[in-house]
Design a protein around this ligand. Structure first.
Ligand code: IMP
Ligand code: MG
Length: 182
């Protein structure tokens, strides 16, 4: 285990089985439809890579970059689109792939943004969900696992851009938070 991790919340094996279950649901629901799998960078990359390999359908992938966090563990409430969808959203079924829903502010903004581009449908698939911290009405259509109100890292999720490469998800030791990074 990484020296900065206090405890593992969801193991590599557990995540693998959760991702497989989500992939099978999506495969069933999107069978016969042409859809865009839209990952939100950077947090979704590990999840999306694993998810897409397990969906035996034809689909297009794309990415958006949005941010509401400025290196802190709380949302700033302001969402900025740093990179927009690069294929046409008009008339398309879009499945957003997100690492975690916290306040829901980011997704609320992105869903509205895609609908304003006349997407046919916009659905959300998140690996982790913290529903107790929700500030919007956003609800995932596909949700891997509900987690308690704790800041987690690993499997794509970062703290100050670190720990995304951990194959599991864990909670940081207190001394690793706010530590001046080199
Ligand atoms: P929201 O707009 O508050 O729902 O924030 C969603 C984004 O915040 C996610 O895509 C993550 O990038 C980040 N985030 C929320 N909770 C955590 C966490 O526990 N660990 C790491 N990143 C988080
Ligand atoms: Mg994110």
């Amino acid at each position: 285990m990484h020296k900065d991790i206090k405890n593992v919340l969801v193991s590599e094996k557990e995540i693998e089985s959760i991702v497989n279950t989500l992939a099978k649901q999506i495969e069933k629901d999107y069978n016969g439809r042409e859809f865009i799998m839209l990952g939100l960078l950077k947090g979704s990359i590990v999840f999306m890579a694993e998810l897409m390999k397990n969906i035996n359908l034809d689909f297009v992938i794309d990415f958006m970059v949005a941010s509401s966090y400025g290196g802190e563990t709380e949302t700033s409430g302001i969402v900025k689109i740093k990179k927009d969808i690069s294929v046409s959203a008009s008339g398309k079924d879009i499945l957003i792939v997100e690492d975690i829903i916290d306040s829901g502010v980011t997704l609320d903004f992105i869903v509205k943004h895609l609908k304003s581009k006349n997407a046919k449908s916009v659905k959300i698939c998140t690996l982790f969900d913290k529903p107790r911290r929700r500030l919007t009405n956003i609800k995932p259509d596909y949700s891997g696992i509900t987690i308690p109100d704790e800041f987690i890292v690993g499997y794509g999720l970062d703290y100050n851009e670190k720990y995304r490469n951990l194959p599991y998800v864990g909670i940081l030791k207190d001394e690793a938070i706010n530590k001046i990074s080199i």
